[in-house]
Design a protein. Structure first.
Length: 111
């Protein structure tokens, strides 16, 4: 064996959709949902209903970041979220969240 083979960092490669799994956690963990997700969705809905897409998108960024951190802690995935979640994963969670919540907002949820 070569010395550089010992030094290689083992990369986490999930066998599932990381964005989808994180969003499921955010919605189904009772404490996270109550403290972070629901208030963020109420803000998001307000901005969507006011027609301010920029503020709507920016309103979900903090809850997604918090969800990523809590997901890693709860499932003991990595020392830091950056070891697992790349920018593409974060963007995928944001897009998934926005697309899945839009029908609920149009129905009048999160008032």
């Amino acid at each position: 064996m070569r010395i550089d083979e010992f030094a290689q960092k083992e990369e986490f490669k999930p066998q599932f959709d990381l964005a989808d799994d994180t969003l499921v956690f955010m919605r189904n963990d009772p404490m996270f949902y109550r403290k972070h997700y629901l208030p963020a969705m109420i803000k998001f809905a307000k901005f969507v209903n006011d027609g301010n897409k920029e503020k709507a998108r920016n309103s979900v960024l903090p809850v997604v970041d918090k969800g990523i951190v809590d997901y890693c802690k709860k499932f003991n995935i990595a020392k830091t979220p950056q070891d697992v979640f790349k920018d593409t994963d974060r963007k995928a969670i944001i897009e998934l969240l926005m697309s899945e919540e839009m029908p609920n907002i149009k129905k009048g949820e999160y008032k």
